[in-house]
Design a protein around this ligand. Structure first.
Ligand code: HEM
Length: 195
């Protein structure tokens, strides 16, 4: 089925990406390469989601005030009945759970394993990057300590998030194609299973 979806929807003359497995490509990707990437993504989509939920649990456990607000939101929406199936409407209302996921993504640093050139500079192996530390607000008052775990920074009116604020899914042409599903999975796990 996957192959037929790709065949039906993929224009043959589009150069989807210039690299496969780190190798530069000077031709459009084949259907089997595109299929391979999707397959990798589905396999990779499970351990990335497992890692993400582990960090979410860690930050919730370290921040009791956040946990309290999250439980309040979940109880308000489910009214004590967490056995009923979750609906799209419930999901749309789980705003605090959503910003917890965003804040975990923002605050968690990335580490490069090998020395690399990034933005014109050579960085040694082991460098920790927090390039998504700044969430830009129209309201200057809330530009507080970027090292503080504070999901509320995402809920401020007039928020203009830096486009690199959600680096969990990277960006550009190769942005994670499962990101919306991943957000649904994470938020549902938080609402239905964490507490
Ligand atoms: C929290 C969970 C997830 C995280 C943090 C995550 C993160 C990523 C990252 C960093 C990439 C690489 C982007 C790049 O190479 O520039 C990627 C690619 C991909 N992900 Fe995810 N992912 C998650 C969940 C999922 C899920 C659930 C699926 C599908 C069910 C999925 C499907 C894919 C696919 C198909 C690609 C390849 C996209 C491409 O190369 O064009 N991901 N993901």
């Amino acid at each position: 089925m996957l192959t037929s979806v790709i065949t039906a929807n993929t224009p043959r003359d589009v150069n989807y990406t210039k690299t496969v497995g780190g190798e530069a490509l000077d031709r459009p990707m084949t259907y089997s390469e595109i299929g391979g990437i999707i397959f990798d993504g589905f396999l990779g989509g499970s351990d990335t989601t497992a890692n993400a939920i582990s960090f979410i649990i860690y930050y919730i456990a370290r921040n009791p005030d956040v946990k309290k607000k999250m439980i309040e939101e979940i109880n308000r929406i489910f009214q004590g009945d967490k056995i009923r199936p979750i609906t799209e409407n419930d999901f749309q209302k789980l705003k605090y759970c959503e910003v917890i996921v965003k804040e975990v993504s923002r605050i968690f640093p990335r580490c490069i394993e090998k020395s690399d050139e990034i933005t014109g500079y050579q960085w040694p192996a082991g460098t920790m990057f927090r390039i998504n530390a700044d969430v830009i607000h129209k309201n200057e008052d809330c530009c507080e300590d970027p090292d503080k775990f504070n999901p509320d920074r995402w809920m401020v009116e007039g928020l203009e998030p830096n486009k690199h604020s959600l680096l969990m899914f990277v960006g550009g042409l190769r942005i994670c194609s499962g990101r919306k599903l991943a957000m649904i999975e994470l938020i549902c796990l938080m609402a239905l299973h964490i507490i």
